[in-house]
Structures are given as structure tokens and as C-alpha cells.
Design a protein around this ligand. Structure first.
Ligand SMILES: *Cc1c(COP(=O)(O)O)cnc(C)c1O
Length: 242
């Protein structure tokens, strides 16, 4: 992880330029879909990114940060702006829940009852109720985490009975799409699923869309897009194993 705090003026300006571009594109996608731009939250995804650049985005009005890795988050969070709201979006092991439960405002990646129960217990122990999203494996890919669309209704019902956790919506990482028609098809399917589930529970967050497909996601009803490389540039992973 680059945490040496050495960022050039050029890198900082590039983040501001990209942020303006992304905001413009989100606005245009909202307009095309007859939605208000305020209905979409832009999350900055921080993995491998230097806190100086993360704070650049925060100071420019990005209020929500997305974290993938527990250790990286814990080592960087002290450098973050205090007003930044952090949500967890990565695969979460049950034995790490306690390390983040009082440091994040949402966990977007709950994909099993086992994990939901661990989150609920940890939240109860802190006297809080943790808002969560249920992660859906919309493409049915063996390599991806997420509950299958078929198993989602039962998971949602079970999660609704847990005292320390509150399901606020759904999250997905779709399979790579070769064109916009494919992107649209998978996001439209996700929106249908979301609308159906929203009849069972008071859901209000649909987290879908990343650097390569956020405009299609917004046109299809995303309320939160998770943007990493389009905002911060290509990720550079450290040589040494973390
Ligand atoms: C890394 C990551 C993103 C952002 O990916 P980009 O393509 O760089 O925008 C979004 N969501 C999750 C869950 C991620 O792990």
C-alpha cells in the first residue's frame, strides 16, 4: 500500500479532474433516465490508494468511502477526514467482523446467514444496529461471492429477524460485459430483483456500477455507484505480499 503521503500536485489535480468528469457523467445518466442526480451516491473505492488522494476526493465533497480489506482499512483510517463515512464492500470473514463493526456505517457484502449472524451479534455487543446490503451473485459465477437470486428471498427474511442488523438494500458485482447491451440487461435484472425484494422489506439502497459500467447502472436504477480506478487511476498493487 502506498501510504508514504507523497503525492504530486499532478496526481491530486488528476483526481479532481476525474471527479468532475464522473459527476458530469452521472448527472447525464440521471437526466437520460429521468432521475434526480441527488438520488445517486458516488462512493470512492479506496483499495491501494494513498490517503492523501482519498482526502482530496473527500474535500471535494465525496462523503462515502468504500473499503475492501480489513487490514488495509485499519492501517489507513487514522489519516482519513473525520467526516468521511466508511462502508465495507469486500469479502468479510466472520472472525474479522469485530474489528470493523464500530468503524463503518454499512456493510455491503453480507452474503450468508452465517455472516449476518456474526454481524448482528457484534453489533448487539456494541449496542448498535448495523445497516447492511445483501450481496447478490447476479451472474451466477462460481468465482464470485454473493447469494444466488433464488436463495435471496429466504436470506432476506432470515436477516430481518436478527436484532443487530438492518437490511437496507442489495449490492452486486456483475460479470464482465462485452458491451452496453449486456451491461443494461444484467443491471435491469438486478433492478427487478431489488423491486421485488423491496415489497418484503423497506429497502432503499441499490449498490451497482463500477468504473467501467456506472452509467448503465445509473440508467437502470442504481442508488450508489462504487468507483475506484476511474477516480484514482489504475491500481498499483505492492510487490511484497500483504
Ligand atoms: C475494487 C472494487 C470496486 C471499484 O472498482 P473499479 O473498477 O476500480 O471502479 C467496486 N466495488 C468493489 C466491491 C470492489 O472491490
Amino acid at each position: 500500500m502506498a501510504d508514504n503521503g507523497i503525492c504530486t500536485e499532478e496526481q491530486i489535480n488528476a483526481v479532481l479532474t476525474r471527479l468532475a468528469e464522473i459527476r458530469g457523467r452521472i448527472e447525464a445518466a440521471c437526466r437520460a433516465a429521468g432521475r434526480s442526480p441527488e438520488s445517486v451516491t458516488l462512493m470512492a473505492v479506496t483499495k491501494t490508494v494513498d490517503p492523501v488522494l482519498i482526502n482530496t476526493a473527500a474535500d471535494a465533497g465525496v462523503t462515502v468511502l468504500g473499503e475492501n480489506r480489513v487490514q488495509e482499512f485499519l492501517s489507513k483510517r487514522e489519516f482519513y477526514r473525520p467526516q468521511a463515512e466508511v462502508q465495507f464492500i469486500g469479502h468479510l470473514q466472520t472472525n474479522k467482523v469485530k474489528q470493523i463493526i464500530d468503524k463503518v456505517t454499512m456493510i455491503q457484502s453480507v452474503d450468508s446467514l452465517h455472516l449476518a449472524e456474526a454481524v448482528s451479534r457484534a453489533a448487539e455487543a456494541k449496542g448498535i444496529v448495523m445497516p447492511v446490503l445483501l450481496e447478490v451473485n447476479i451472474g451466477g459465477e462460481a468465482s464470485k461471492s454473493g447469494v444466488s437470486p433464488d436463495a435471496l428471498p429466504a436470506l432476506l427474511r432470515a436477516v430481518q429477524t436478527l436484532p443487530g442488523i438492518r437490511p437496507d438494500g442489495l449490492m452486486t458485482i456483475p460479470p464482465p460485459a462485452s458491451d452496453e447491451a449486456e451491461q443494461n440487461a444484467v443491471f435491469a435484472r438486478m433492478k427487478q430483483l431489488y423491486d421485488r425484494m423491496a415489497q418484503e422489506a423497506p429497502l432503499h439502497v441499490l449498490s451497482m456500477g463500477m468504473s467501467g459500467d456506472y452509467e448503465a447502472a445509473v440508467r437502470n436504477g442504481a442508488t450508489l455507484v462504487r468507483i475506484g480506478s476511474a477516480l484514482f487511476g489504475p491500481r498499483v498493487y505492492p510487490q511484497a505480499a500483504v
